[in-house]
Design a protein around this ligand. Sequence first.
Ligand SMILES: [Zn+2]
Length: 262
Amino acid sequence: MAMVQGARAFVLDVRDYRESSALVRLLVQGEGLVSLVGRGMRSVRKGASAPVLQPFALVHLSYSLRDPDGLGALRSAEVERQYDVLRTNIEAYALAGAWFEILLASAQPGPEGDRLFGLTEGFMNQIQMVGSAVAREPIFVARDASVLWYWARLLNEMGVGPQFGVCGRCGSKLQLHHFDLRGAETVCADCAAEHRRYLPLTGADVRGLQAVFSRSIPKDRTPLPQRSVLLFLRIVRDVMRRHLEMELKSFGFLSEVLGGKF
Ligand SMILES: [Zn+2]
């Protein structure tokens, strides 16, 4: 039996398990997806104070695991970081919910989950930083290019990143005024001419998407146009729906929060 001590992990999901235990699914640094039973750690205890472990928290834990795909036993856990922004900013909460739903649907046991862990920590730190930067003004976390940049990296990490900057039909780099959701690629004006199924892109959309899909994290804090953000999230949802072969429920909530259908 392998004993793991002092591992860092994000809590993905906590459920009641049998009489008084909790079933906790975590993304563990270096170990990927791990499912553990915490004896006497119900997700919500009657009359007790806060639940022991909550989704989105970054924790340190010790556990034992018989085989990597099985259920392990949680020995101890302590919270390294709670992300306050999730309680104060509903956009941050909705974005984190969608991110974690994708992790739950896609994370696998094993060390290759490590890159997802690093990305998740970067993403959570970024929404915390953006969401708490100016506490008295309304903050548009979802319109910050640096936040969406993590989403673009998540798509690329999963091998489903869309193609920008060149027409997916003819290779032209000019007049990329449309996006093909099915092929997840931009399409030039000439190639798009007869087809109505392509999404039209404005100049601001193209600039926004270029920033979001750039190699290094965008430094410009000017909020992206709402329209471009909804378009980007529509692309994310569509690509993920096909990749994971499931509907992501959290995207319905996210679109409500952002005040637009996508
Ligand atoms: Zn073309």
